[in-house]
Ligand binder design. Sequence first.
Ligand SMILES: [Zn+2]
Length: 586
Amino acid sequence: MTRARIRATVILTVVCAILGAARADALTIFPVDRAEILAGARFDFKVEFDGVVSPGDVRVTVNGMDHAKMLGAAARFIETEPGANASAVLLRDASLSRPGSYSIVATDGKQTKTVVWEVYSTGPRKARNVILFIGDGMSMAHRTAARILSKRITEGRYHGKLAMDAMPYMALVGTSGVDSVITDSANSASAYTTGHKSSVNALGVYADRTPDTLDDPKVETITSLVKRRLGMAVGVVTNTEVEDATPAAMVAHTRRRSDYDPIVGMFYESKVEVLMGGGSAHFLPQSAPGSRRKDETDYLAKFRDAGYTVVSTDQEMKAASPAETKKLLGLFHPGNMDGVLDRKFLKKGTVERYPHQPDLVDQLKSALEILSRHDKGFVLMVESGLIDKYSHPLDWERAVMDTIMLDRAVEVAKEFAGRRRDTLVLVVADHSHGLSIVGTVDDETQGEQMRDKVGVYEKARFPNYPPPNAEGYPERLDVSRRLAIFFSGHPDYYETWRPKLDGPFVPAVAGPDKRFIANEKFKDAPGAVLRPGNLPRDAPQAVHTGEDVVLTGMGPGAEVIKGFMDNTEVFRVMVNALGLGQEAKR
Ligand SMILES: [Zn+2]
């Protein structure tokens, strides 16, 4: 071929590919192309046609067979979908029991779309229990800083490892969702709890085009799977609101993570044995003081009636667990709980108003006690959720202290698992944040501005935080040579170069036209400088980033953790360990 012909062929190929892609996008099939589906797990199947089509022209096949017969459920043709002037085929509670490759072809007579799914089985059950730790937003810098602060480093060598580091298996995990390279905590946690990717703000569903947030095609959660198929107990422990994305991903199906009222109902329906965290405001009937519900349902009463011991303080929680409690609802705050820096050291944040919040480590201990009383094993998700909540407002000290807290909880789980040898323990983040350790800030360095005191390379030396206390926390963070950690994406804010001892940092506040401007409150901090933002002006704080996160694991089934893994594979590690996809057991 001549050069000109090669170029013409290349151009033609590219144009065809673009046109082909454009045409294919007009039809949408859920689950999406390349979905990996656990044998026997339930999912909703949906085809969205481009415009109103005639049912006579519609043909949907699975490996060449009629789709309803193959998917084991009744399909419904919807001529005009609400809010979308177009037709769809919808089939709820489908499942495929035989592993293998499935090719799904949908046509309306004019347009055709094909997607391919992989249905996978598992071997026999290896683990009695699974404990999944999620450090929300926990990035490399959080982890390294937590190691520096809680284990110390001199002459380049640490004086110990984090509990989450000292695990035999490790992998990098990619976090992107169906719709974007950058994920939020809803669709990233859903990937872990359902094995399906989804879109920003979506929990346990594929995000469809209709405006109703509760009608989207669902995928089964690990909670439902282990209860339905193995009769296991399930625990959900966090220090954010329990309705927040990560804990909600254990049970919820909604396109919109802020559907807090329905999410409380989904927790109730899920019958999880242990549910602990903040977020009581959405459990109270609308007329009760402090309620944020939009109806009169009293979920505290409903949980009590269903046999749950309901507690609201650390003391009540500890008193409840030694008794014959088998089901526990612990709600320790109307909103998000306070982090460890405020609870144990500074008494800032909302600690004065809510002085009896438990520590995540104690929440875990109570959960383990209660869940161990169930004879079929348990799945427990434990989230240190404020690592993320503090990283958004650039408050890295609080985020790192909560990373240490997570690690202390991991240590407790490792002790539990080490004694029994039947428990898979995983530690992972759901996405990263854009923070990095660049050196130290040394007050003793001469310089006109604070930036002159930033020591890089050999001038950084090592920070001089005091040795950690018995719990692994440094008693002081405002030392003379402290870590210099900066964020890559941020709004306008005043860099103060110091820990925020008066309470959690608020870098930016709403200005005119919903644009965020630097918070003037920090303008007069010694040496503060205005850092012009690099994010859109409507961003009040830092954002998630797209880098991989780290997964470490130990126990039966952990040996498959290696190299690079997709976030949906974390689900696969768990269901493999639990033998949830055994054909014979269906
Ligand atoms: Zn976040």
